[in-house]
Design a binder for this molecule. Structure first.
Ligand code: ADP
Length: 260
């Protein structure tokens, strides 16, 4: 599947809407007709104010959730109406996740944390441990394999989590604020490491971040606002619907500012 410029699209979201109901008459429109392509092999950042729909978009693109309306395509296959079990299979085969809080198992060593994910993916214990060691070398942690998370710095723990995300050789790794808990220097090291993995293995990265330096290190920065994409970060015009939604969002902000 390619876009109008002939680029290879790995994930396409078309006019995605998602409403969360909070009560009988109360709801939040997390996505309001959001349209976004992620290109194969790119490293893309998504920025935008809190509550603008970044995580919701990522969860839908990552087969963790489904939209109320709109289309989601992955590798040319339409996936928005697949069953939960089918989405699990796509997720296992194609997607790796990294989180702000690392989400490592505290009682397992670095190599065991990565190996466990490899075992879930079907490798035998011994092959999984081999795979774990191999990936820890890739992320520069070859000398810390036997350490448990509490014996590792935040940056080192995130490296373990990235090694774990790479276990199935995913087409895309998605990170929700992956450097949110790290200091500036460590954050820059982690992003540089992701850039290296991107260049060497061709893994696509999609990173939600509040950190402009992280976004700067990516190939482009997508901006979301009030449930729509208002800037694709590559000079592409935004659809009319998104533009008018953004205007609504802007005028709402103006009102809030005026009232403040
Ligand atoms: P961002 O990642 O940009 O901070 P989110 O996608 O997490 O934004 O959330 C968008 C909006 O949807 C927010 O107003 C948030 O409160 C709401 N929201 C997200 N997830 C849920 C949920 N599970 N239940 C109810 N509201 C939600």
């Amino acid at each position: 599947m390619s876009d109008a410029m002939g680029r290879d699209v790995i994930i396409r979201g078309v006019e995605l809407s998602k409403r969360y109901r909070l009560g009988k008459d109360n709801y939040v429109d997390a996505l309001r007709c959001a349209t976004l392509d992620i290109m194969r092999g790119e490293m893309a950042a998504i920025m935008g104010p809190s509550g603008s729909g970044k995580s919701t978009f990522m969860h839908i693109a990552g087969c963790l959730d489904t939209p109320d309306s709109g289309e989601v395509w992955m590798d040319g296959e339409r996936i928005d109406s697949l069953s939960g079990q089918e989405l699990v299979q796509i997720r296992r085969a194609k997607i790796g996740f990294i989180f702000q809080g690392f989400n490592l198992i505290p009682t397992l060593s670095a190599e065991e944390n990565v190996a466990l994910a490899a075992e879930y993916a079907g490798l035998s214990r011994s092959r999984a441990l081999m795979r774990g060691r191999e990936l820890l070398e890739v992320v520069g942690l070859g000398d810390r394999m036997r350490h448990v998370p509490s014996e590792l710095s935040g940056g080192q723990q995130q490296r373990v989590a990235i090694a774990r995300a790479l276990v199935n050789d995913p087409s895309i790794v998605m990170g929700d604020e992956p450097t949110g808990d790290l200091d500036t220097t460590t954050s820059a090291e982690i992003v540089a490491m992701m850039r290296r993995v991107n260049a060497e293995r061709g893994t696509t990265f999609l990173i939600v971040t509040h950190n402009p330096e992280v976004a700067e290190a990516c190939d482009r920065t997508v901006t979301m606002r009030d449930g729509v994409v208002v800037d694709h970060g590559d000079g592409r015009p935004i659809p009319d619907a998104a533009a008018s939604q953004a205007e609504v969002a802007n005028s709402t902000d103006d009102k809030e500012t005026a009232n403040a």
